[in-house]
Design a protein around this ligand. Structure first.
Ligand SMILES: NC(=O)c1ccc[n+]([C@@H]2O[C@H](COP(=O)([O-])OP(=O)(O)OC[C@H]3O[C@@H](n4cnc5c(N)ncnc54)[C@H](O)[C@@H]3O)[C@@H](O)[C@H]2O)c1
Length: 248
């Protein structure tokens, strides 16, 4: 594993199930992690748990749906010497409903956070990465990008994240900036375990997977760490499924 010593990683949704573990993976190999989340308390809790272990981290309250807020936050980080070398976007949520029952609010909320929020984060860091001629961008999409019943909004947003990431890869490769997306299958997070449907969703996911277990946040973090290392500089525009062989 490459050292991330001296690098800054901005992890959005850093207070969430996947973001928490990814933040720890990055910090453990030397990065200063900016744990950003719309939930101030969640971001703070993660950053404090890292600093308590002598790892480098700070928290940032951030709503990724506001381009102005994201741009402002990145400018502030740059001004204190924390220009993100790494952006990992682990914010977002589904709001499932069959298409006939889906409301306009269901649809726009998910597209705003999952797709526009990811766009805003990339837009804010890209000029700085270009200026530095180095950067690693990893977005989190979902295996649902292939299309999933009950998730027209989420699938559309995550397919958008795939297209966004691949376009960014094509535009920024010449500047030493890579962009890849991780498409997880069902990942065993605290938020997921709280769902009343957890047992049935898990059973269905395991049945449809080749590897007969749920994914863990660590499965995602391992891939994120590779993609964000210096050694992955010739890997860009990839959609890496971390789904135990479950596609579509
Ligand atoms: N858990 C899974 O099974 C799974 C599968 C595929 C994809 N994903 C994707 O992985 C990412 C992380 O999911 P997770 O399972 O860790 O979920 P999670 O709910 O545990 O974490 C998501 C985090 O995003 C934050 N967030 C929500 N809206 C935000 C906003 N506007 N600005 C900033 N932060 C915001 C939340 O506060 C939360 O801390 C999401 O994009 C999700 O769609 C998850």
């Amino acid at each position: 594993v490459d050292s991330l010593d001296g690098q800054t990683a901005l992890v959005t949704g850093g207070g969430g199930g996947i973001g928490t573990v990814v933040s720890r993976y990055f910090a453990r190999v030397g990065a200063t992690v900016v744990v950003a989340d719309i939930s101030r308390s969640a971001a703070l809790k993660v950053a404090e748990s890292l600093t308590a272990d002598d790892l480098k981290a700070r928290s940032l309250e951030l709503d990724v749906t506001s381009l102005d807020d994201v741009m402002g936050a990145v400018e502030n980080l740059v001004s204190v010497g924390l220009m993100p070398d790494i952006l990992l976007t682990a914010h977002g949520f589904p709001q499932d409903a069959r298409l006939v029952d889906m409301t306009a609010q269901n649809c726009s909320a998910v597209i705003d956070v999952c797709l526009s929020g990811t766009y805003n984060c990339i837009k804010a860091v890209a000029p700085h990465m270009i200026a530095r001629q180095y950067g690693r961008i990893v977005t989190i999409s979902s295996r649902a990008w292939h299309g999933n019943p009950g998730q027209a909004n989420y699938s559309a947003a995550k397919a958008g994240v795939v297209g966004l990431t691949r376009s960014v890869a094509k535009e920024l490769g010449r500047y030493g900036v890579t962009a890849n997306t991780i498409a997880p299958g069902l990942i065993n997070t605290p938020a997921l375990r709280q769902l009343s449907t957890f047992d049935s969703i898990s059973e269905r996911a395991i049945r449809a997977s080749s590897v007969k277990r749920l994914g863990e946040p660590e499965d995602v973090a391992e891939v994120a760490l590779f993609l964000c290392g210096r050694g992955a500089g010739f890997v860009t525009g990839e959609v890496v499924h971390v789904s135990g062989g479950r596609f579509g």
